[in-house]
Design a protein around this ligand. Sequence first.
Ligand code: F6P
Length: 376
Amino acid sequence: MYKQIGILTGGGDAPGLNAAIRAVVRTAIGEFGMKCIGIEDSFEGILGETHTVNLNLKSVSGILPRGGTILGTRNRGSFVKMVDGKQVFPQMPIGEALANLDILGIEALVAIGGEGTLAIAEQFHKRGFPVIGVPKTIDNDLAATELTFGFMTAIDIATEALDRLHTTAASHDRVMVLEVMGRNTGWIALHAGLAGSADVILIPEIPYSFESIVRKVQARENSGSRFTNIVVAEGAIETGKSEIYQDNKEMRLGGVGNYIGTQIEKLTGKETRTVVLGHLQRGGSPNAFDRMLGTNFGACAVRALASGDTGKMVALQAGTVVTVPLSEACANIKTVAIGGQLVRTARDIGISFAAPKESKMGEEAMFEVRTGGALN
Ligand code: F6P
């Protein structure tokens, strides 16, 4: 049994990180009698002079509903850099980090983070250091787990934004465009679009055409609905084009909402307004589900560590927390299935994805569901 373990949070913050930290500390101390050291600012905290903090039951008291992370986080630094919009892992200073972990008396690590953090954690595992990963991201794009905490809260926030846009859109007979996060996947846009009654959902997995968006706006107009709500994922792509970046050097996604809003106003003549929801989706208190998932992931991670099940990540599969190898955890990004159930449901209730041949794609989706035998 380990006497002392380290905990860190890496990547972009997500609601539920503090719930996970609290569960790790309470389980490690209460159930296994381990001591806990918090490593500040992700893996950066175990380099150089090191930045750590002792975590006891008192230090995690009251943090469950708090947003952000009490340990701080980094999504760039000595271990991971952004080059041409992609995370690259330069010569990672693993040797220095391992030597510092030894000096600090940390015998195992709980690394809470997304794809990048888990890829770094895997390198520690490869060097023989016991590590367990805990997945988080509002984007919900990790293939090995059905859900990551942060996602459900982000959907709640985006749904509330759509509800609010709905009333002002209807009052002014306007087109409203809401840009949401999600990197190169459309999970937030799809879920919030369904929950918040969007008329058009634009996701990276289904390239859009303006012709198709305009058709939808005009069809609504003709049927007496003089406003249209559009939710667009930051990574959405116009047919034949590529993503839009707000920062071409770092290749940070953003700007597609304004692009679409401007074009729609020109093409339809309808007053159009754009809202970029941005980091509001990541900040603030986690909802009940994310508190629960963060807590369950945190406790299960410590149990796995204590039983020697290391080099793994905890993951939600069929509603139960299991462990999967870290190598699998970072291998693939989970994208929205264009023939999947949610996309079909959205189409069935009249939501457009603005694909160039929208009706044709609808037929294909139905065909897949019918031949699949079950409602998938
Ligand atoms: O991965 C989470 C995420 O919020 C993405 O949806 C978004 O593209 C990115 O992080 C923004 O990151 P930053 O913190 O660098 O602005």
